[in-house]
Design a protein around this ligand. Structure first.
Ligand code: NAD
Ligand code: WQD
Length: 337
């Protein structure tokens, strides 16, 4: 049974391939390598001892996608492919709408043509906007505060409409909180291009000597130590959540959103301290002004995924820090060696 993984060479996609292969699924990956490297796919094969069928192609390329469905017996799709940098989406909204929305529309059209109606979509906690109070649960109103978030919101709506038009579809909208960490082998991990936007890769690049210090964006938030608090989730736990979501779409018809988070918040300074304690490596920091668009505290209610997918996160902050460091110190330049 083959699962098509769009964006499968990326950070979350590569970890998900490992968990799918280890659970007995065959993986077909389509990725245009716009934010990743084929080496990640090779390393997935090394970790698992299994083969991944890899297509270097763009999901917007109808012909290429059609051929993939023709050549493989695809049972379900996990749709990771898309752009994900919030700041860049504010500067280049059309690029974000064009890639994230168009690739989804092309994918859905081809899936429909081949009567493949099971899809797991990479949504984000960003769809909770800034007005809801944590713990965030799936019944809360959704909104978006930047073009990236709006692409997630629009795609969720598109998928809901597709399900409404034909109730034999099965759609899992996975709302990730803050994915961090790496596979414990140290062979795959997050490899951001340029200066990292996110906290954990920034911390690990300071630790490895690529950056001088961490800028802590604001220390006057309404949290225990004044720095922003987020729900960090180990990427391997997240990947396992996708296997559970695949089991769900293969066994049910429906369209449901599920939070994938731990249910716990950690502040910037707590994460930095945990990283130093877990690795023994210093991470100098300076308090800097707040970053536009950030809020005090974001964490999930993880109850629905536990009840309906039989999934909950198992790894803690210490594992997230240790595994990030194991990846970073062995691959200071990511996959480019
Ligand atoms: P990533 O950039 O590492 O992975 C995305 C992959 O998609 C990349 O390998 C990229 O080359 C590929 N891609 C992009 N556009 C494509 C296209 N048109 N055709 C084929 N391939 C294409 O990002 P990630 O962190 O693994 O995120 C995966 C998904 O999860 C994204 O949709 C992202 O928005 C979502 N998400 C990520 C986070 C996070 O913090 N990492 C949080 C919430 C949601
Ligand atoms: C975490 C905390 C920062 C960097 C983003 C997207 C979201 C989702 C996940 C995709 C905040 C602080 C950060 C730094 C810092 N992505 N920080 N110094 O903002 O919660 O979520 O990634 O869907 O949509 O918005 O994550 O890692 O950027 O920030 O002090 O150099 O770390 O202010 O409090 P965020 P993050």
């Amino acid at each position: 049974m083959s699962i098509l993984i769009t964006g499968g060479a990326g950070f979350i996609g590569s970890h998900t391939c490992v968990e799918l292969l280890e659970s007995g699924y065959d993986c077909v990956v389509i990725d245009n390598l716009s934010n990743s490297s084929e080496e990640a796919v090779r390393r997935v094969e090394k970790i698992t001892g299994k083969t991944v069928k890899f297509y270097e192609a763009d999901v917007r390329d109808k012909k290429a996608l059609h051929k993939i469905f023709e050549d493989n017996s695809i049972e379900a799709v996990i749709h990771f492919a898309g752009y994900k940098a919030v700041g860049e989406s504010v500067e280049k909204p059309l690029m974000y709408y064009e890639n994230n929305l168009t690739n989804t529309l092309v994918l859905l059209e081809i899936m429909k043509g081949f009567d493949v109606k099971r899809i797991v979509f990479s949504s984000s906690a960003t769809v909770y906007g800034s007005d809801n109070k944590a713990p965030l649960n799936e019944t809360m109103p959704v909104s978006a505060i930047n073009p990236y978030g709006r692409t997630k919101l629009f795609i969720e709506e598109i998928l809901k409409d597709v399900y409404s038009s034909d109730n034999s579809w099965s759609v899992a909208l996975l709302r990730y909180f803050n994915p961090v960490g790496a596979h414990k082998s140290g062979l795959i991990g997050e490899a951001p291009k340029g200066i990292p936007n996110n906290l954990m890769p920034y911390i690990s690049q300071v630790a490895v000597g690529k950056r001088t210090h961490l800028n802590v964006f604001g220390n006057d938030y309404k949290t225990a130590d004044g720095t922003g608090s987020r729900d960090y989730i180990h990427v391997v736990d997240l990947a396992k959540g996708h296997v559970k979501a695949i089991e769900w779409v293969l066994s049910t018809a429906g369209c449901e959103a599920f939070n994938l988070g731990t249910g716990k918040g950690t502040t910037v300074l707590e994460l930095r301290r945990a990283f130093v304690d877990a690795t023994g490596v210093e991470v100098p920091f300076k308090i800097a002004p707040r970053r536009a668009g950030d809020c005090d505290e974001v964490y999930a209610s993880a109850d629905k995924a536990k009840k309906e997918l039989n999934w909950s996160a198992e790894l803690g902050i210490e594992d997230m820090c240790k595994d990030t460091w194991n990846w970073q110190k062995n691959n200071p330049e990511g996959y480019d060696k």
